[in-house]
Design a binder for this molecule. Sequence first.
Ligand code: NI
Length: 256
Amino acid sequence: MIVDTHCHLDDHRYDEDLETVLQRAREKGVKRFIIPGADPRTLERAVEIAQKHEDVYFAVGVHPYDMEHYDREYLESFVDHPKCVAIGECGLDYYRLPEDPSEAEAEKVRQKEVFVDQIEWAKALKKPLIVHIREASADSLALLEEHAGEEGGVLHCYNADATLLKLAKRNFYYGIGGVLTFKNARKLVNVFPQIPQEKLLIETDAPYLTPHPFRGKRNEPAYCTYVAEKMCELSGLSREQMETLTTTNVQRLFSI
Ligand code: NI
């Protein structure tokens, strides 16, 4: 079995056909799903999906793009739910900072505050983190090294920055998604063998980052199989070994 450790099933792009999307995934062997909490405005939807489906779990947090909606008190009302397995998706994203240097600096400061608050919160709750890092490796590494608890977490791996591999020793895992299948994914393909196998997870980030050969279309958890195939090709593991490995990793990190 495969676990999609990062799929935004609360996204409005699944409003029409979520049941079919889940069914297609299950038929491909994708049997558990984790919805990261990115935008608090759809958190209730995530909880509703997790309550309806035994195989769906969720996390509570705020993505850097949605940080103006960060309200810790509101989020706290969801963390005791039995299906809440992590804090995040939180992190740093310097990809689209304002052009004005002082505005950009202020944005970075604010992102770091919101990120640290969520790291500390996860530590207090003894829950793992789901971390998004884009063009912000050095700052993210510094903050995680300083603040993260023993529970660690998972990093989205599309930046493929080898410096972040240091965090494996701090119990961080690496979520491998569709980017690995892209024709121009040389960076991630090169970093991939350096990731300790006991720290590999599979994710889609659906509806984003659709793997080859569907790149450009809406992504969905069933496409985990394309990621798994590529991981097998690069590691020499059989499909069965890869599924056992990554599912064991999921169970260790998220206790599901
Ligand atoms: Ni995401």
